[in-house]
Design a protein around this ligand. Sequence first.
Ligand code: COA
Length: 390
Amino acid sequence: MLKPKATSTPRHESGIYAHIIGWGMAVPDNIMTNDDISAIVETNDEWITTRTGIKERRIAGERESTTTLAHRAAQQALLVANVLPSGLDLIIVATSTPENAFPSTASLVQDRLGAVNAGAFDLSAACSGFVYALDMAAQAIRSGSITTALVIGAETMSRVLDWQDRSTCILFGDGAGAVVLQARTQKGGVLSSVLRSDGAGCDLLYIPTQNHSEAETRKLQKMVMIGSDVFKFANRVVDESIRQAVERAHLTLDDISLIVPHQANQRIIDSIAKKLKLDSSKFVSNLDRYGNTSAASIPIALCEAVQQGRVKADDYLVFVGFGGGLTWAACVVQWGAPAPIEPSRLTSSRRQAEYLLARIRARLQRWQRSISGLFRLLSLRRVRRWFARK
Ligand code: COA
């Protein structure tokens, strides 16, 4: 059922809509408070709180990684959606802290889940990555080329921070959030998106990799940021991108129930609210507990908003991200998901069986590779001996 107040939501030509039907999040247990950081760099709780709103963040433990966090969030989202891993057609992981340059973190998650029918790739658009990925998955669903997609934002920012740089290390944290998108004929889901980039600002926020010259790679794989310029950029573009996405969805700002912004800085969120003349209660904010988790921040904030009962069926939501690239992106989603259904025992057992099978399959394939490698080696030796005898 559509909300009567909206004039008309955009009709997607295919008559197929991409609805969010599952959601999940995962954060490390390890909490690092502002006081803990002040033992590492010269800063204090008062400075961090007043300039950013952040009080604490989660830091991945030794056995945690972008993949393990993404995998945990994905399992939760599949459970809520009541979807089996084998029912996924596509997995996109938005991340700036992938497990490897390649293979993609998405492929590692695909393997862990046992999503044997899914394509998988990572998407790099920094803190806007989740909104970009959601749009890509929604477009694939609306085109009719796939039915079900898993979209994940996952980061281990703590591993790319320069822990001597007090202007960056205070801001970020680790975590992952995921949603399952599925095709429906009922109007709603991801209604509109605005994706933008301005590469001229590439030097304001970046993580250099091996491809840089020697001089530039002194702080290889550590984040560099000109904080005040990034702050100004966010204040310049975010409200406008929200207005554009809302307009493209044929709605007005009054129709929007909740805005889920990227969790970078409370002062940025307050400034967007002021510019849009919206009450701050319409904005989700949890950065006091998690800091900036980059591509993971929007799906984590969404999950918490749903858990807190702040999202109702047919509500119009805006997700808005901004960050390195520079990139920024906004989308409007009409929440169509029913209340989480209690999964049947049969589906739950089948999902568990698919997870178990995924583990067994991965191990068997590795054994098979090492055994055939051994055989190749042995037969090579035999050939060499044969030649030696000749
Ligand atoms: N503790 C104490 N002092 C600090 C500090 C810290 N953690 N970090 C910086 N300072 C100092 C600076 O050295 C500077 O001192 P000086 O005046 O003696 O030179 C002073 O505080 C002001 O620095 P400035 O960088 O101008 O502060 P700011 O008000 O711009 O706040 C940020 C810094 C990083 C909090 C702010 O710029 C910001 O949030 N930017 C956006 C960053 C962001 O969101 N990035 C991710 C986008 S996805």
